[in-house]
Design a protein around this ligand. Structure first.
Ligand SMILES: [Mn+2]
Length: 433
């Protein structure tokens, strides 16, 4: 593990929360993600299954967690099944978890090898009344390959056709949306690393550097701080920033252009998600600055508006109304267009076409219950933007916030965002070169 050891209390508490939502005498099983193949004998690095990690802290391939809180034998109430670390396996693949280490990480006393799983499953299946199985129910998931969890569902239905199967995902979405203090600390740690990367970028940026050199600066800073890219970064100079999912990052940053950088480090599987738009030469033009300040006002007001009880769609609509006014001030839309604004056809849509933000946590676009209002413990991104392909630039700003009973907390308040502040850091960096 590249991250420091995490407090097993996080996972012990998470299992207790899930147990409190499970009906009497039910069984829940969660599987690791597959190691995905590439070409020939290649494979991608394992992406730990977020639900398995949430409940156990385990990041090793092929692992299985079985929860049966009402099992007669206390040792069968929480059981982890892992690959047996044979000598051959360790020579070829490196160190695998021992049973003792897995217990330390997860707080689960009973750790078995995978060969013991079929019989343990049979025993649990024959006494449990309901069986909760996991599936990816993210609203925007577009999964074209079968996951280990899905294969397990098929296997259970084949081997135990008379059981009642239920969905674990809605319970986990409800729990994972609300971050505990330990989780918020990990997100803050990820944000700290991202902040370092952003400062490094401000010191590095000048006309003539390439977008991929900026990407290299970021990953160097994240990696040396035990982080990693939370997602493929967008480093988009000039008009490239108008393509929302631009990740080629292969162009030269030109004097006079802006560069939009959407990046975040993760730490201990928790993410951060930052966007800043900065002038390549260290000084905004008048027009760039006007658009920048408009986006910043909408971000700040939207952060303030993210209060407990608000529905996401209302929060987003408030931002669209603010954006209408800003676009009017910038001469981009007319009063007549604003008069025709509806929720279905927002007047600002041509220049601000995407959502205002999303839940963030173990997934960058995190799971949360559909249509639930904001609640204390939610972590959200706030990311308004204005996209002007005809003028060859775009501005998006994005901070991560925590919803609390006492109002929203800006977790990125220490990362420079005022245009004057950005300019002064860049000018100091230029003078020091
Ligand atoms: Mn985002």
């Amino acid at each position: 593990m590249r991250h420091q050891a995490l407090d097993s209390k996080l996972f012990i508490d998470n299992r207790a929360k899930l147990t409190s939502l499970l009906p009497k005498n039910s069984l829940a099983v969660v599987n690791a993600n597959d190691v995905l193949p590439t070409n020939a004998d290649g494979s991608l690095k394992l992406v730990p299954n977020a639900d398995l990690f949430y409940l156990s802290g385990i990041e090793q391939e092929e692992s299985i967690l079985m929860l049966y809180p009402d099992a007669f034998e206390p040792k069968n109430r929480e059981v982890l099944f892992l690959r047996e670390p044979t000598e051959l396996l360790q020579i070829w693949e490196g160190t695998k978890l021992t049973q003792e280490r897995a217990t330390e990480i997860s707080g689960i006393p009973t750790v078995k090898w995978l060969k013991d799983f079929p019989l343990a499953l049979r025993d649990a299946m024959l006494s449990a009344d309901e069986v909760f199985l996991n599936s990816n129910e993210h609203r925007r998931a577009a999964v074209t390959v079968e996951t280990r969890d899905e294969r397990f569902v098929e296997q259970c239905k084949r081997d135990y056709p008379l059981h009642t199967y239920r969905r674990l995902a809605p319970l986990l979405h409800k729990l994972r949306a609300v971050k505990s203090d330990l989780e918020v600390d990990l997100i803050k740690k990820a944000i700290e690393i991202t902040d370092k990367g952003f400062h490094r970028l401000l010191h590095f940026l000048k006309p003539g550097v390439t977008e991929f050199e900026i990407e290299a600066e970021l990953i160097h800073e994240y990696t040396r701080n035990r982080g990693a890219f939370a997602y493929t970064p967008i480093v988009a100079s000039g008009k490239n920033a108008c393509g929302l999912h631009y990740i080629d990052n292969d162009q030269v940053c030109q004097d006079g252009d802006l560069v939009l950088v959407d990046t975040g480090s993760n730490y201990g599987n928790y993410n951060s998600d930052l966007t800043r738009t900065v002038p390549v030469n260290g000084k905004f033009t008048k027009r760039q600055r006007d658009v920048y300040d408009a986006v910043l006002r909408v971000m700040r007001a939207s952060i303030a508006g993210a209060v407990v009880g608000k529905a996401h769609r209302d929060w987003q609509h408030e931002a669209q109304l603010m954006m209408n006014d800003e676009l009017l001030g910038l001469g981009l839309i007319t009063k007549e267009q604003i008069a025709e604004h509806t929720r279905e056809k927002p007047a600002c849509k041509k220049y601000f076409m995407h959502g205002l933000g999303h839940p963030m946590g173990l997934d960058v676009h995190d799971v949360a219950p559909l249509d639930a209002p904001f609640a204390p413990g939610w972590v959200l991104t706030v990311e308004p933007g204005i996209y002007l392909p005809d003028e060859g630039f775009a501005v998006r700003l994005e901070n991560d916030i925590l919803i609390t009973e006492d109002g929203p907390v800006d977790l990125m308040k220490d990362i420079p965002v005022e245009a004057d502040h950005i300019e002064s850091i860049m000018q100091e960096a230029t003078a020091a070169r």
